[in-house]
Ligand binder design. Structure first.
Ligand SMILES: Cc1cc2nc3c(=O)[nH]c(=O)nc-3n(C[C@H](O)[C@H](O)[C@H](O)COP(=O)(O)O)c2cc1C
Length: 249
């Protein structure tokens, strides 16, 4: 998007980048070979403007070196007056099916929190044959420059991420865990090992870290270390012992 694309807020950040990237083909040809040098599984996060484009994107990204696809449904559906794919369970099921049909890779659908009933959307992923869900994407927000009397962000609205969204994200992971049987990747405001463990106790099998890396580029390795310390402190076999633990109390 043009104009200002990032605005700091207390405890978080608003962004309206607009998914800028050089495209799936360029990614596979030029960027993936570099990333393959790292000894970690790579998930490709993808978004599109139509269901056909989602299918094309999934096919294009289903190559050696990609461990799985993460389908971002927070983007706008150009065939539906620009409504986000992720707000309509029927559309989410169709996108999941369309991607599932063209790839052998695990398909994880990344849910938008800008919905009334997140469980209904997660169930649609399950019905469409998705292998997992990740949540949450950013919460729609706004900032105003009172001197210019204008929105701070070039796109007026932007997605809120960082610690401010963590309680909402945690609540949604907890609700989705109770509603579906497919695995969950939890994210939204994770800054510390404690935050990550909370997500796992709410029901996430794995976590992601985004905004924290903007304030601490080493956040991910630190968080992993803090999680290992917890495993030792409580004499667990593995961090996955705590998945959904809060439901057992
Ligand atoms: C600058 C920025 C760019 C992002 N771009 C994408 C994106 O391309 N695709 C996507 O699914 N989510 C995107 N997100 C959302 C994050 O992946 C994540 O869902 C969200 O920020 C919450 O996690 P966090 O608080 O750990 O950042 C972006 C977030 C930020 C801050």
């Amino acid at each position: 998007n043009p104009g200002t694309r990032i605005a700091e807020t207390p405890s978080g950040v608003l962004n309206c980048i607009g998914l800028e990237n050089p495209g799936a083909e360029h990614f596979v040809r030029e960027i993936l070979p570099e990333l393959k040098k790292y000894d970690v599984p790579l998930l490709a996060n993808m978004s599109a403007g139509t269901i056909d484009e989602f299918a094309w994107m999934a096919e294009t990204l289903s190559v050696d070196g990609i461990a799985g696809l993460e389908v971002n449904v927070s983007c706008l559906n150009v065939e539906c007056e620009g409504m986000a794919f992720g707000v309509d369970p029927k559309v989410v099921e169709s996108v999941t099916k369309a991607v599932r049909k063209v790839t052998d890779k695990p398909v994880i659908v990344k849910l938008s929190p800008n919905v009334t009933d997140i469980v209904e959307i997660a169930k649609a992923v399950e019905a469409g044959g998705g292998n997992g869900v990740s949540l949450i994407n950013t919460l729609l927000g706004m900032a105003i420059d009172i001197h210019r009397r204008k929105p701070v962000l070039g796109n007026t609205y932007g997605g809120l991420s960082g610690p401010a969204v963590k309680p909402v994200a945690l609540r949604m992971v907890h609700q989705v865990y109770k509603g579906v049987t497919i695995p969950i990747i939890g994210l939204g405001g994770i800054m510390t090992g404690t935050d990550a463990i909370e997500f796992m106790m709410a029901g996430a099998q794995a976590v992601q870290v985004g905004t924290a890396t903007m304030v601490d580029p080493t956040a991910i390795s630190r968080i992993a270390r803090e999680m290992s310390e917890y495993v030792e402190q409580y004499n667990l076999n593995s961090i996955t012992d705590i998945v959904g633990a809060v439901h057992q109390v």
